[in-house]
Design a protein around this ligand. Structure first.
Ligand code: GDD
Ligand code: MN
Length: 367
């Protein structure tokens, strides 16, 4: 019989959890034609071996082993792309999501009460379990931000636990950013207000094995997704990141300049040159860490990339000064001429370094 429900489970270092997930799914989904697709981003703890063992003995278990790619959202989308089922669910691997909700989610979709059913921690009957104050505050803040971006009345737009008709996926996948970990937020905002959404309460469980991967980098990614949704996908998110990083670089530049002149009594020329070099190097590493997180350079390519980046930015600086000077000579006020030069320099730096330094190479799978 054809599979009716695919449960997509993203994994990153969840070796001790995956077999427990499968066991629980067997318990709650008895009588349903289901399958699970684990999508693993090349875990280093042996998760893939555990998945292979499971898949060999259990026909309901499939998995995708992704190499050279990262990200909770894109992993889930890839799992969906590999499924033909009419109903798709997403659930974490760490047993923090209450799997007993799955049959009720499915019943609700079958009864045509909704297109999307979300497990919510923030409606009557739900809860965040054992989180500390700090994590609770971050989560509450993220929820309000998410609600603001969506203009939809979801109590838990950050939930990573939901089930939907596959048409929802088919209709939204091409307009989703796929970045970061907020797949639900991304999908609901891509769907516009055409979705019938239902929320079911659940209590967020406690992780038994492994650890959370949602670190501060993920918070940064989330802010970017929000900015991107706000500018309605008009400006590429990467460019926004690049500009934010560049602005931090300007602050670093001024700091080094001040220290050089006031602290060490260096000449302006030397202090300015040192400041520019420090700002370029720090921009390079921050961009490598954040802006181009998915194409991150390592090892010898990290060094070559740095050289390339510095050459590109030096050319950008020459172009910047050249354009600003001639704009100023044509009578534009100094601040406008300066701004135009800086803007053109930034676009240059972004465009050229995106194509030459952090390019998608054929060999990136090994990196
Ligand atoms: N393939 C893949 N790639 N899986 C990932 C990645 C990744 O880059 N990062 C995390 N995962 C997997 C984890 O292995 C786990 O199964 C699941 O995604 C959630 O990751 P956790 O690290 O356990 O996240 P959390 O518990 O802090 O956050 C959960 O709750 C949030 C609500 O505050 C997630 O469900 C979030 O989506 C949710 O927003
Ligand atoms: Mn978790």
């Amino acid at each position: 019989m054809a599979t009716e429900l695919t449960v997509i489970v993203p994994t990153l270092n969840e070796r001790d959890n995956v077999s427990l997930v499968v066991e629980k799914l067997h318990q709650v989904l008895a009588g349903i034609q289901w399958e699970v697709i684990f999508v693993d981003d090349d875990s280093t703890d042996g998760t893939v071996e555990a998945l292979k063992d499971l898949a060999r003995s259990d026909p309901r278990v499939r998995f995708i082993h992704r190499i050279g790619r990262r990200g909770l959202s894109s992993a889930c989308l890839e799992g969906m792309a590999a499924s033909a089922s009419p109903y798709l669910a997403v659930m974490d691997a760490d047993l923090q999501h209450d799997e007993t909700l799955l049959p009720r989610m499915l019943a609700s979709l079958r009864a045509d009460e909704a297109d999307l059913v979300i497990g919510s921690r923030y409606i009557e009957g739900g809860g965040v379990g054992t989180w500390n104050k700090w994590r609770q505050r971050i989560s509450a803040f993220a929820v309000s931000l998410g609600q603001f971006v969506l203009w939809a009345e979801l109590t838990d737009p950050m939930s990573g636990f939901f089930m939907m008709r596959r048409e929802v996926y088919d209709r939204t996948v091409r307009s989703m950013s796929g970045m970061g970990f907020k797949i639900l937020l991304d999908m609901v905002s891509a769907a516009g207000d055409s979705l019938r959404i239902k929320e079911l309460p659940f209590e967020f469980g406690t992780r038994q094995h492994g650890e959370s991967k949602l670190d501060t980098l993920v918070v940064w990614e989330f802010l970017l997704l929000v900015i991107q949704k706000l500018v309605r996908d008009f400006i590429p998110a990467r460019f926004i990141m690049f500009i934010i990083v560049g602005s931090l670089g300007a602050v670093i530049h001024l700091l080094v300049l001040a220290i050089g002149i006031k602290g060490w009594g260096a000449s302006f020329l030397w202090a300015q040159a040192a400041a520019a070099a420090v700002a370029m190097v720090s921009n390079y590493f921050v961009n490598n860490l954040l802006t181009y997180r998915d194409l991150r350079l390592r090892g010898s390519r990290l060094v070559l990339g740095l050289i390339g980046f510095m050459v590109i930015c030096s050319v950008g600086a020459v172009v910047n000064v050249d354009i600003a000077t001639s704009a100023h000579a044509r009578g534009l006020p100094w601040w406008l001429a300066g701004l135009i030069g800086a803007a053109i320099g930034a676009v240059w730096n972004f465009a050229v370094s995106s194509t030459l330094v952090w390019r998608r190479s054929r060999k990136s799978a090994s990196g």
